[in-house]
Design a protein around this ligand. Structure first.
Ligand code: ADP
Ligand code: MG
Length: 342
C-alpha cells in the first residue's frame, strides 16, 4: 500500500499492464490478438512462429495493408485504433479488434518489436517497446505487410509467469488458437512453426473439409455431414458428425459467431439438443458450426478477450443451430452412413 491516501492517476505503463491482465492471459492470447490484427489488415498470408511455449518468442508476419511509419507509435498506444470511430460503430463491429488495447497490452508485458510497411510506401518502419516504453525506432526493410515479434513474455510480471503450464501445453494452445482461426478463414493461408519445426502450412483458398483433414484424424473427418440452414436472417453452416463418431470429450465442437471463435453454453446446448436421444449422456458429437447473424443482434463486447458473446434473440440462435445440425444428420442418414452404420 502507498504511504499516503492521496488519489493519483496511474502511469500509462501500469494501466497497460493491468489491461494486459485481461487481454493477454497466456501466449496463445498473443497469437490470437496478433493474427486477428493481420486478418483485420486484409492479409491473405499469415505466418506464425512460437518458441518455448511462447515465452521465448512469438512472431506473426502478414502480407496485410501495413501501418504508415508516422502511425507506428500510435499502434502501440492504448485506446488508439483505426477500427472504431463512434459510439454507434460499437453496436455493429465488423473487425476483430476495436478496443485498441492488444498491442499496448502485449508490449507492456514483453520485449516487443514491430516492422511494418504500408502498401505503396518506399520503406518499412521499425519500433521497439520494452516494458511499455518506446525503446527505439528507425527505418527498416520488409517486403510488405507487418511483422511483430514478442520476446520475454511476462518476464516483468512473475505472477502471470507462474500460471503458465508446461511448454508443450502452451505450444498446443497456440496451435489450437491458430487452428480455430484458420478454419474460419479458408481464404487466407497460414503456417505455424514451433521450436523450428513446421507444424502445418495451409495454402490460401482451401475449403473447410480440406482444412479439417489437416487438423483432425481421418476417422473423425469420415462421418461428417455438411449443413447450411437459414431462417429469419440467421444462418448456421458448417459440418456435423454422425452420432456413431461421438467421443468422450467435447473438444471437437468448434463454435463461431460471425467468424469469431466463441465458447457459448446456449450454442452448445442447441447442438446437443439436435443430437437428443442419439448420444449417451457423457458423449460429445463433432461439429464445426458457423453462426451468422445481424451484427447488431449480438454483443461481442462482453469480455476483453472476446470469447464470450451475448445474444438478443436467444431462441432464434437456438432454433437456427438446431435446424442446421438436424439437416446435417439427415444428410448422413440419407448417405447410409453414420448412425445407420458405415
Ligand atoms: P485494435 O485491433 O483493437 O484496433 P490493436 O492494439 O490490436 O487494437 O491494434 C492497434 C492498431 O494498429 C489497429 O487498429 C491497426 O490500425 C494497427 N495494426 C495492428 N496490427 C496490424 C497489422 N498486422 N497490420 C496492419 N495494421 C495493424
Ligand atoms: Mg487488435
Amino acid at each position: 500500500m502507498p504511504d499516503t491516501h492521496e488519489i493519483r492517476v496511474l502511469p500509462p505503463g501500469l494501466k497497460n499492464q493491468i489491461a494486459a491482465g485481461e487481454v493477454v492471459e497466456r501466449p496463445s492470447s498473443v497469437v490470437k490478438e496478433l493474427v486477428e490484427n493481420s486478418l483485420d489488415a486484409g492479409a491473405t498470408r499469415v505466418d506464425v512462429t512460437v518458441e518455448q511455449g511462447g515465452r521465448g518468442l512469438i512472431v506473426v508476419q502478414d502480407n496485410g495493408r501495413g501501418i504508415a511509419a508516422a502511425q507506428l507509435e500510435l499502434a502501440v498506444t492504448r485506446h488508439a485504433t483505426s477500427k472504431l470511430r463512434t459510439f454507434e460503430d460499437l453496436s455493429a463491429i465488423a473487425s476483430f479488434g476495436f478496443r485498441g488495447e492488444a498491442l499496448p497490452s502485449i508490449a507492456s508485458v514483453s520485449r516487443f518489436t514491430m516492422i511494418s510497411r504500408e502498401q505503396g510506401a518506399a520503406d518499412a518502419a521499425f519500433i521497439e517497446v520494452r516494458g511499455g516504453e518506446v525503446a527505439g525506432r528507425r527505418i527498416a526493410a520488409l517486403a510488405a505487410g507487418t511483422r511483430v515479434e514478442v520476446r520475454e513474455l511476462f518476464a516483468n510480471t512473475p505472477a502471470r509467469l507462474k500460471f503458465l503450464k508446461a511448454e508443450s501445453t502452451e505450444n498446443k494452445r497456440c496451435q489450437d488458437t491458430l487452428m480455430r482461426i484458420a478454419l474460419a478463414h479458408p481464404g487466407c493461408g497460414f503456417s505455424l512453426t514451433v521450436n523450428g519445426r513446421e507444424v502445418f502450412r495451409l495454402p490460401a483458398d482451401q475449403d473447410l473439409a480440406t482444412r479439417l483433414r489437416t487438423f483432425w484424424p481421418p476417422s473423425a473427418c469420415e462421418g461428417l455431414g455438411p449443413f447450411d440452414f437459414e431462417r429469419l436472417g440467421y444462418r448456421a453452416h458448417g459440418v456435423a458428425g454422425s452420432p456413431a463418431m461421438a467421443q468422450s470429450r467435447g473438444d471437437r465442437i468448434l463454435l463461431y459467431v460471425n467468424g469469431r471463435p466463441v465458447q457459448d453454453k446456449l450454442m452448445l446446448g442447441a447442438v446437443r439438443q439436435a443430437y437428443k436421444g442419439m448420444l449417451l449422456s457423457r458423449e460429445y458429437p463433432q461439429a464445426v458450426l458457423f453462426l451468422e447473424l445481424p451484427r447488431d443482434e449480438v454483443d461481442v463486447n462482453v469480455h476483453p478477450a472476446k470469447l464470450e458473446v451475448r445474444f438478443i434473440e436467444e431462441s432464434r440462435v437456438f432454433s437456427t443451430i438446431r435446424g442446421g445440425i438436424v439437416q446435417a444428420l439427415a444428410v448422413l442418414t440419407d448417405q447410409g452412413r453414420g448412425y445407420l452404420g458405415p
